[in-house]
Design a protein around this ligand. Structure first.
Ligand code: ARG
Length: 576
């Protein structure tokens, strides 16, 4: 990583300047080294002089001049003072081409790091509720969660992927009661999710007007908890049908969740947890029989057992925390869950810390904003029903088919279908990941499928263009090699420097679990790639050395786009 090398070079320069007395003695503070937006400012810029000036009371521009003059790293070709005290740095062409050559030889290694080596992080994501279709907030959780898993693995972590489906609670009593009243096994078999949702909605509506029905539903859940064989069987059937349905969507999304451990899994442990909380003095039994855990500095105590003895969501969350940390010896548990879960999860995390199940900082809520329908309204059908995810994906694929048709009408139909699926699913994913996870997103097909903007199709098309050059090049030459002593022009230099920043983008995306950092990086890279494509002949370039260099560059950039997309969970078709 050049950024790391530059950082070290700057530190060294500062130490040297202090030793010589050109700078007073002070502890070297944190400073930034980043790729400036405007490429005219070089490959990297640092604010080191500004930070030091603030600390020592010196003049920033003067300190910047001193630092620029002291940088000796061979990777740095030029250092210039800019603005109020920035130092702009330009990398040496030879270092860039050397790194390109290394990348082409280690296509599966050069972007990886080992910062996470030996550490396990468990990432909980997706976590849908059974007997309901996957909704859009599950889409966000699933996509962001899978991207984080991929990024963690790229940084050497042992990342465990896990879903915590909502498969327990009173609502299943209502569903079972509804089924017993009106259920038709044939209907459930035909359209499981729709039918379960229908039965549940119908029963809970009816229960609103008739409290006896509500009681009946509660009773059915109680029976389920106590292991009543008929209710167990029904519940298991609903669960299996649901998981089968979720898997269909995951498959289409290319999502792979290693462990599915639902809330019900923790049922047998809950009494122990409640006892544990009472024994530790973390919770008290109230007069009505409920067990409540007061949380310091929080106005709302956490209920872990209801007065009727029923356990609740929170108790299952606590059991899950204890289990996950123990089972995988995890340094961190991430919860990729909606903003709306903030209060609940904060309370749960505090309780878990009080109980000694987790250390402060070990539990992290990776939250995200809402996905809104067009016009910024709730993402729902006209009747206010949840829009099933699978419908959204299918529509995306259909729309992408038209794009492929337009770009490449000669392709055989089966190929067009295959590409349309990669583009459609990719478009939905990239659109989500390109936004900062905390932002609310308005679902807009035009942006998602815009071939000229920040979208998966744009990135995929750029990649496919480069691949097509490489296919033609392969006919005459062997594997791309960087020629010795190749010189770079401005566009080539910027493109190559950008390509080599992939590992930095990965590192940045992991700092605060923001996959959009990587999505943004890829967009910048694709823009530079297209600038190059339109201004630089590759196979037509008469100068042999230049041609060889460009082929190597095209190869490196294609690899980088494909790998970056892959980390976001997006496929990069070879042609488009
Ligand atoms: N099942 C919940 C839902 O569908 C999400 C669960 C989030 N994870 C958690 N541990 N609370 O809304």
């Amino acid at each position: 990583m050049f950024r790391q090398k530059i950082r070290e070079a700057i530190r060294l320069a500062i130490t040297e300047l202090k030793r010589e007395g050109a700078l007073p003695d002070f502890a070297v503070p944190e400073f930034s080294v980043a790729a400036p937006e405007d490429p005219a400012h070089g490959d990297y810029a640092t604010n080191a002089a500004l930070v030091i000036a603030k600390l020592t009371g010196g003049k920033p521009a003067e300190i910047a001049r001193l630092i620029a003059g002291k940088l000796t790293a061979p990777e740095i070709a030029a250092a210039a003072v800019a603005g109020p005290g920035f130092v702009n740095l330009t990398l040496a062409d030879g270092s860039l081409t050397g790194a390109l050559s290394a990348a082409l030889h280690e296509t599966e290694q050069w972007w990886r790091s080992e910062v996470g080596k030996g550490k396990t992080i468990v990432v909980e994501y997706s976590s849908p509720n059974i007997a309901k279709p996957l909704g859009v907030h599950h889409l966000r959780s699933t996509i962001i969660g899978q991207a984080i898993i991929n990024l963690l693995r790229a940084a050497g972590y042992n990342a465990v992927s896990l879903s915590f489906p909502g498969d327990w609670g009173t609502q299943f009593g209502l569903l079972i009661a509804g089924y017993k009243h009106w259920g038709d096994p044939e209907k459930v078999k035909r359209q499981p999710i729709e039918e379960m949702l229908n039965l549940y909605v119908r029963f809970s509506q009816a229960a609103k007007d008739d409290p006896r029905l509500l009681d009946e539903g509660r009773q059915e859940f109680r029976k389920l908890e106590e292991g009543d064989p008929e209710n167990r069987k029904l519940w298991q059937w609903f669960l299996d049908e649901s998981l089968r349905d979720f898997n269909r969507v995951y498959e289409l999304l290319g999502v792979n969740i290693e462990h599915t451990i639902g809330e019900s899994h923790y049922e047998p442990e809950l009494k122990g947890i409640i006892q544990d909380a009472l024994d530790h003095g973390v919770a008290q039994r109230g007069e009505d029989g409920s067990v409540v855990s007061p949380i310091p500095d929080s106005p709302t105590p956490e209920i872990i057992q209801k007065s009727d003895g029923a356990t609740i969501y929170t108790t299952r969350e606590l059991a899950a925390i204890r289990h996950r940390i123990k089972e995988w010896d995890a340094v961190q548990l991430l919860y990729v869950a909606a903003n709306q879960q903030t209060f609940h999860l904060e309370q749960v995390f505090r309780s878990a810390e009080l109980l000694g199940y987790a250390k402060p900082g070990q539990l992290v809520h990776v939250k995200f904003g809402m996905m809104l329908g067009s016009g910024g309204k709730k993402f729902a059908t006209r009747e206010g029903r949840l829009i099933p995810l699978i419908d959204v994906l299918q529509q995306a694929i259909q729309r992408s088919r038209a794009i492929v048709e337009m770009l490449n009408p000669e392709l055989p139909d089966s190929k067009k279908d295959e590409i349309a699926e990669m583009v459609g699913v990719g478009a939905v994913k990239y659109y989500d990941l390109f936004h900062h996870r905390l932002s609310d997103i308005v679902f807009e097909w035009d942006k998602m499928l815009n071939l000229e903007g920040a979208s998966a199709p744009y990135l995929q098309y750029t990649h496919a263009r480069f691949k097509s050059i490489l296919r033609k090049a392969a006919k005459e030459a062997k594997a791309p090699e960087v020629p010795d002593g190749a010189a770079l022009d401005g566009v080539e230099h910027r493109l190559l420097a950008a390509m080599l920043r992939l590992p930095e983008a990965i590192e940045d995306a992991l700092k605060d679990y923001t996959p959009n950092t990587l999505a943004n990086y890829l967009y910048t890279l694709a823009q530079l790639a297209n600038e190059f494509y339109h201004s630089h002949p590759v196979l037509q370039e008469p100068d042999e050395k230049k041609r060889a260099l460009r082929i190597a560059l095209v190869s490196g950039v294609a690899l980088t786009l494909a790998k970056g997309l892959d980390l976001l969970g997006i496929a990069a078709p070879e042609e488009m």
